[in-house]
Unconditional design. Structure first.
Length: 48
């Protein structure tokens, strides 16, 4: 089981190195049924 978790952690860390864009959402402290804010980040100019 520990080997599986270690392998999956390695895969996620390895694949995240090749990400070109990210979506960040901070849900800590939000009141239910209120509007949320997400931030889109990218290393290059992109159309949204």
């Amino acid at each position: 089981m520990k080997r599986l978790i270690l392998f999956l952690s390695f895969c996620v860390a390895f694949l995240s190195m090749f990400a070109d864009s990210w979506v960040r959402i901070n849900q800590l402290g939000y009141i239910p049924k209120t509007s949320k804010v997400a931030v889109y980040l990218s290393e290059e100019a992109t159309e949204v």
